[in-house]
Ligand binder design. Structure first.
Ligand SMILES: NC(=O)c1ccc[n+]([C@@H]2O[C@H](COP(=O)([O-])OP(=O)(O)OC[C@H]3O[C@@H](n4cnc5c(N)ncnc54)[C@H](O)[C@@H]3O)[C@@H](O)[C@H]2O)c1
Length: 339
């Protein structure tokens, strides 16, 4: 690890990498020295936009020349394995976007490679770093509603998927993914629920559906999880139907309710949190959150976690092995759809 600032190379100059770069520029321990994209025009435009001194179109050359402390991979899922390998073989740390790989065996092979090479590896799983989820976790561990959680209900309504030209403007690849809702979005909810409850998923039941016939994959569905044999979780998700909130991409939760032995917690689509102890009226729980960056600035918080753990030599919350537990749940969900 170099002295002073951590040196990073960003790979993939598309839509979401703008949120990454905005966050890196607000993390004082990091300097991104170069961007790499196979599309040279994209790479050059991005370098100019973010004032980056060096541009590459070949990831191998980028890592060889820059000798960074880490690479940030923000490319499509089917490219992750090869890019991780380029970094891992040189002993360079990696933070990599989800979906980790197109299939579970490919994700397992990717994680195995990072373990064999012994590199620090974190999945850029940002939702659990949203400020309301960090606050909910604090309330749960603080025992504000008791220590036994009975049920979680999470209703997500994105409303960006009903139009004939759905997703084309922002993430056109959504239209052709054979698996969409869980693979791309629901996985965030699975990870966040595992973070909030801290347990093991012991049961899965799911029914998925495609509401917009113009796309290949599923865009709505209900998933029921059992955690540690006692907590019931309902993920009620749709990209088709709309939320009542002006910006459904702020919390990605039209309504999130946690019922526990001592009362309930509730998150609304505008980031407001309520606590309702049993037998008492609900009250608002105030905490800090702002509409900056992506979804409560969770990309910055996620990347700050990567930096903090990397510098301390500590395990990442969303390590490769831990993330495979999310993907095992995802696999069970999809396997149930063929029966
Ligand atoms: N966590 C989130 O909330 C979130 C949100 C949006 C996207 N994402 C994920 O981020 C990743 C990127 O998504 P996006 O919307 O920015 O995609 P995008 O298509 O807009 O950009 C991807 C870029 O990667 C480049 N690229 C492809 N293969 C490459 C390679 N081998 N080497 C270097 N560059 C390569 C492309 O030329 C393109 O510029 C995906 O995995 C996506 O699922 C995550």
């Amino acid at each position: 690890m170099s002295e002073g600032k951590l040196k990073g190379v960003l790979i993939g100059a598309g839509y979401f990498s703008r949120f990454h770069m905005d966050a890196w520029q607000r993390i004082p321990e990091v300097q991104i020295t170069a961007v790499c994209d196979v599309d040279s025009e994209r790479a050059n435009t991005y370098a100019a936009e973010w004032n980056l001194p060096t541009v590459y179109t070949d990831p191998d050359e980028a890592i060889e020349s820059e000798k960074p402390d880490f690479v940030d991979i923000v490319t499509p899922p089917d490219t992750h394995r090869a890019l991780v390998e380029i970094a891992a073989r040189r002993g360079v740390a990696v933070i990599c976007q989800k979906p980790l790989a197109p299939s579970l065996p490919e994700a397992q092979a990717l994680v195995a490679l990072t373990e064999q090479c012994g590199i620090p590896f974190m999945v850029h799983e940002n939702f659990r770093f949203q400020p309301w989820h960090r606050e909910l976790k604090k309330l749960l561990t603080g025992g504000v509603v008791g220590d036994a959680v009975y049920a979680v209900y999470w209703r997500m309504r994105m409303g960006d998927g009903w139009q004939p030209d759905a997703y084309l403007a922002r993430q056109p690849y959504f239209r052709t993914y054979p698996r969409l809702l869980i693979y791309e979005t629901g996985i965030h909810l699975i990870d966040t629920v595992r973070y909030l409850l801290g347990g093991r998923v012991t049961g899965v039941f799911a029914r998925l559906a495609r509401r917009n016939e113009a796309i290949a994959g599923e865009d709505s569905g209900v998933v029921v999880l059992e955690v540690d044999g006692r907590t019931q979780v309902i993920l009620d998700m749709s990209r088709y139907n709309e939320s009542q909130y002006a910006n459904p991409r702020y919390t990605f939760a039209d309504d999130l309710r946690i019922d526990a032995a001592g009362g309930s917690l509730r998150l609304t689509g505008d980031g407001t949190l309520f606590v309702q102890p049993l037998g008492k009226p609900a009250y608002e729980h105030r905490y800090a959150h702002e509409n900056r960056g992506f979804a409560g600035d969770c990309v910055r918080a996620c990347q700050q976690h990567f930096v903090d753990q990397l510098r301390a030599g500590q395990v990442f919350e969303t390590s490769g092995p831990d993330y495979l537990l999310n993907l095992a749940v995802q696999e069970t969900i999809y396997n149930q759809q063929t029966s």
